[in-house]
Design a protein around this ligand. Structure first.
Ligand SMILES: C[S@@+](CC[C@H](N)C(=O)[O-])C[C@H]1O[C@@H](n2cnc3c(N)ncnc32)[C@H](O)[C@@H]1O
Length: 285
């Protein structure tokens, strides 16, 4: 598949695209915001047009597409345990009027925690967006060791997680339940009832392209199962596990929400866990 794309691209050049056609807010959030943040963190330390990049947990690949089209990346390999990236050609057609996705993008479905190292040449940079809070906890250390082995010496690894589990909307259920910290205050049954009872539209920027496949009720079940599978990682734990795998800490930024902590949670969890909703972490080898 990729060789025919490469051939067409050599003959015709990159297919034309037009960001003025974007109508989907999920698409926009990844094509613009997420890609710009990745460029901000990685573009300072790597030359994106010549770097070989790996996106761990690439999802539908929209951010990768934007890194190529808007920030000049020329080699991104996306890996994920799901195949959402198979929708990217259709999505690019609908949202950008783009007839074929760039040959710079390759994708692979992986088995959870199956080693990647040794299968492909070492990469210059690895990125991961909103993924490591979803990885099974006992797989975190083996995966970080494996990613360390995939990176060339002197390469960089950028990780973003939002929302962190203990933060006000850390359940990832806000599209159905706006009560801050509800997941730390209510039982699972109570949370599920809130979701089941939800009627009406959900925030378009939080509605991925899987929604159409699942339907309204299927998507509720999917999102709730995702909530139950969250590994509850804190920012400190993320730094400890990644540096424990050999990565050097280059820079980090932690963002917090300024909200009053409910009495029922005060002292039960550290305040910084409860307020810290996002981490950006730049590591090197
Ligand atoms: C919230 S989505 C984020 C996807 C994409 N990065 C984005 O910004 O849209 C989390 C992704 O992590 C993937 N994922 C979860 N566990 C994984 C694992 N062990 N290895 C690779 N990907 C994983 C999921 O399949 C999902 O696509």
């Amino acid at each position: 598949m990729n060789w025919s794309l490469r051939l067409q691209e050599r003959v015709w050049g990159l297919a034309p695209w037009d960001a003025g056609r974007i109508t989907d807010e999920w698409f926009r959030a990844h094509f613009e915001y997420a890609a710009d943040v990745v460029q901000h963190w990685m573009g300072n330390v790597l030359d994106l047009p010549t770097a070989r990049l790996l996106n761990f947990g690439c999802g539908d690949g929209i951010t990768d597409l934007a890194l190529v089209l808007r920030h000049g990346a020329t080699a991104i390999h996306g890996v994920d345990i799901r195949r959402e990236y198979a929708k990217l050609p259709r999505i690019a057609r609908e949202q950008l009027g783009m007839s074929r996705i760039p040959a710079a993008l390759t994708f692979e479905t992986i088995t959870p925690s199956a080693p990647l190292a040794g299968k492909r040449p070492l990469v210059d940079g690895i990125m991961s967006w909103s993924t490591f809070e979803h990885v099974q906890r006992d797989q975190l250390a083996p995966i970080f060791h494996d990613l360390y082995a995939c990176l060339r010496p002197g390469g960089y690894f950028f990780i973003q997680i939002e929302p962190l589990f203990y933060s006000p909307y850390g359940s990832h259920l806000r599209r159905y339940d706006d009560v801050p910290w509800h997941h730390l205050l209510a039982t699972e049954e109570e949370l599920w009832s809130v979701i089941q009872a939800h009627d009406g539209p959900i925030d378009a920027a939080e509605t991925d392209f899987g929604f159409a496949d699942f339907g309204v009720d299927g998507y509720k079940k999917f999102v709730f199962n995702e909530y139950r599978a969250l590994n509850r990682l804190t920012a400190d734990e993320l730094v400890a596990i990644t540096t424990g795998a050999g990565f050097k800490l280059v820079r980090q930024e932690r963002r917090s929400l300024d909200m009053p902590i409910p009495v029922a949670l005060r002292g039960k969890y550290p305040d910084d866990w409860l307020l810290n909703n996002e981490i950006f972490l730049l590591l090197s080898k």
